[in-house]
Ligand binder design. Sequence first.
Ligand code: SF4
Length: 330
Amino acid sequence: MSLIPSIRHDWSVAEIEDIYTAPLPDLVFRAQSVHRAQYRSDEVQGCMLLSIKTGGCPEDCAYCPQSAHYRTGVARTDLVSLAELTDAATRAREQGATRFCMGAAWRDVPDGPPFEAVLAMVRLVRGLGMEACCTLGMLNQEQADALAAAGLTAYNHNLDTSPEFYGQIITTRTYDERLTTLARVRQAGITVCCGGIIGMGEDRGVRYRLLQQLASLDPHPESVPVNLLVRVPGTPLADLPPEDPLELVRTIATARILMPKAFVRLSAGRLSLTDEAQALCFVAGANSVFLGDRLLTTPNPGAMHDHQLLSRLGMRLTTGVAAAPTNARG
Ligand code: SF4
């Protein structure tokens, strides 16, 4: 059996289980072999994620402190100004980020001035020479096309979990609605950022099905964020027991093997990981981290700590950026 799989979209659950449950040294070796065929082993991409509109979201995602359904103490804010965005993006670039992600707590994107402001933000980030990613909720096709024309590199819309477990996490938006938004993003020529969360009380079977869903997308998402639940007081998942970090390592390694060309992003939850567990995630094929001391509204290791960790590992941040969508104007 070759360690370097061809690009496939038809992985069975049994095949994914075989990969996921392999002895850890075998799994990590296989994932690292796949990783090295696509990427340098000593580089990860630095991203920065800014909440451009915080709190008050009408969705009921059980993990999310920004949902209006839960009392989490997150203050609601209006859309940030272009000046604030410029400051944050410039700081991100100085800290080594090559991708700047903007998240707004919307169910779907309101047309009119808020959307025009987001388009201006996308143009601004691109003008600073960084990849621009947005996560704004559901999009219609016109909005996706307008984001592409503004030069948006990627749109994040996570599947979060398996179709079967999904109803225990979110009831206000369907799995199919998520897939529809992803199809519109793809149709617009924007790259897809789509991943999930582990540690929400799911079993391994749920993770196999999430990974199967992600790998069934054709083409694969260019970006696959793998999040470890941050158990925020006030959310329904706050009292769950912590997830075993080695399950995160297995999830990352399996994602790397199933979607060889994707950027697999070690995302939320890093503060609950030791440096050694994070190192193992990189060895398992994660090649991106989010810099900065906040990830939307939850805490994150600061950029200084990340630079020190990468230095200890003999690794570094990438410097290249992806091209704009082919239909970008200006
Ligand atoms: S994850 Fe996004 S859509 Fe869900 S409640 Fe939070 S902000 Fe709203």
